[in-house]
Design a protein around this ligand. Structure first.
Ligand code: ATP
Ligand code: MG
Length: 403
């Protein structure tokens, strides 16, 4: 149950930022992201003082629950809370604190009041405010005890120039760095559990990203593609708005199947995908590729196979899940809300034509030899890249897919 009350137009969001990174860069990136997130919710004043970001509605009837949802998934924020603003006279502060937070005080045993003043002309000192407001609340909730060191609940009052701010409890933020401050990458998105988690992990480190998906109709269905689109859409609260590039991959894939030793098929295909991804990445200004690979999860994810995949093109391949167990990956996929969609059974182009016994320790030399025997592949890859479809995903769009 949430102890936060939403009273429209007088709510404020307070968000504590992480330090590190160039401070100005960080703050202006953050403000830009927060403004963008709130643009379609209503008119907001967004500003930052002392590494704290404030978002205040500037019109009546703003949906503050929606606004809060929009900003709580933004990377770069350590904690956030909602506040109510009222007149600065002490009686009003008392009444407002009870109205706004009284419900939250039920069912707990210990609390404390914290007070801060940036308006130094205010007639009461911070310790006075703490004591008096504490006494007022104790009078109404006589089961409570003050615990200064380790309270179950903190009532925070801040006296600022144009009003008193009364804060609800802090919620932990997502942490990480604001998306876009580390550059841009292209995430290889399948319909599985891993790759949306990989995107989340890298966006958390400040990468803006687009997704690329390889589809092989008629071996893979339109529904499979819609599932991938739904996954990309579901993580836009973390990644921000992004593009999903869908590559028609049937021809290169059939060509590899028909012209190479089948034990090498998977690695050859993955190299081919990387080359196409490289083309799209370069076109989009992406400086790295991301995959959901995890060491030894499948035959194509052994160190040897990864070496062969890496050698196919020259962008760095980021593999944030490389050292994670499936159970850990699943935990994150539940956290970001992709798990239920990911486990829907749709075919992926990576699982069609797969040989029964793929080579687990392929040598790069034999891979290059096999590719020398496929003179038509480069042209098919160029055509596939050329025919790639672009789907725009905005954080304001709804997820349309129902499985
Ligand atoms: P996932 O759960 O993400 O599907 P996986 O464990 O099934 O991963 P693979 O199928 O071997 O592993 O794929 C490894 C990685 O290759 C994926 O995490 C993803 O980044 C990429 N990949 C796989 N299939 C596709 C595809 N059809 N389009 C784009 N990228 C893909
Ligand atoms: Mg997969």
């Amino acid at each position: 149950s949430t102890p936060i009350k939403s009273s429209a137009a007088s709510d404020v969001y307070k968000r504590q930022s992480l330090k590190g990174l160039n401070r100005n860069q960080f703050e202006s990136a953050m403000m830009k992201i927060l403004r963008y997130r709130l643009k379609t919710v209503g008119k907001f004043k967004v500003y930052c003082t002392q590494s704290t970001f404030y978002m205040e509605p500037e019109e009546e009837d703003v949906d503050m629950d929606l606004a809060f949802d929009r900003v709580r998934t933004v990377f770069g924020l350590a904690a956030l809370s909602r506040a109510v603003v009222c007149e600065k006279d002490f009686d009003t502060i008392c009444r407002t604190a009870e109205e706004y937070l009284g419900d939250s005080l039920h069912g707990i045993k210990t609390f404390k009041v914290e007070a801060r003043r940036s308006d130094k002309t205010y007639p009461m000192t911070s310790p006075e405010l703490m004591r008096e407001l504490g006494a007022y609340l104790l009078g109404l909730h006589n089961y409570l005890r003050v615990d200064v060191k380790n309270p179950q609940f903190k009532v925070i009052v801040e006296i600022r120039d144009y009003g008193a701010y009364i804060h609800g409890p802090k919620i932990p933020g997502e942490g990480g760095l604001p998306v876009g401050t580390s550059g841009r990458a292209l995430n290889m998105l399948s319909g599985g559990i891993d790759s949306p988690v990989a995107a989340y992990r890298m966006a958390k480190r400040g990468l803006a990203l687009d997704h690329i998906h390889f589809a092989s109709p008629p071996y893979t269905s339109e529904r499979a593609k819609l599932k991938v689109k739904a996954l990309a859409q579901k993580i836009t609260p973390y990644t921000g708005s992004s593009n999903l590039f869908v590559v028609p991959y049937t021809k290169p894939q059939e060509y590899i199947r028909d012209n190479a030793p089948d034990v090498l098929f998977t690695v050859l295909m993955r190299r081919s995908m990387m080359r196409i991804a490289n083309r799209i990445a370069t076109r989009q200004g992406c400086e790295a590729l991301i995959t959901g690979e995890s060491l030894a999860q499948v035959a194509s994810q052994t160190v040897k196979a990864l070496q062969c995949t890496d050698a196919a093109q020259d962008l760095p391949i980021l593999r944030p899940l490389i050292g994670m167990d499936k159970t850990e990956i699943i935990e994150t996929s539940r956290h970001i809300g992709t798990y239920e969609t990911s486990i829907l059974p749709y075919e992926d182009c990576c699982t069609i034509f797969t040989p029964p016994h793929p080579k687990i320790r392929p040598e790069l030399s034999e891979i290059l030899e096999a590719e020398a025997g496929m003179p038509g592949l480069a042209e098919l890859e160029a055509e596939a890249a050329e025919a790639t479809e672009r789907i725009r995903l905005r954080i304001t769009d709804d997820v349309e897919f129902e499985g």
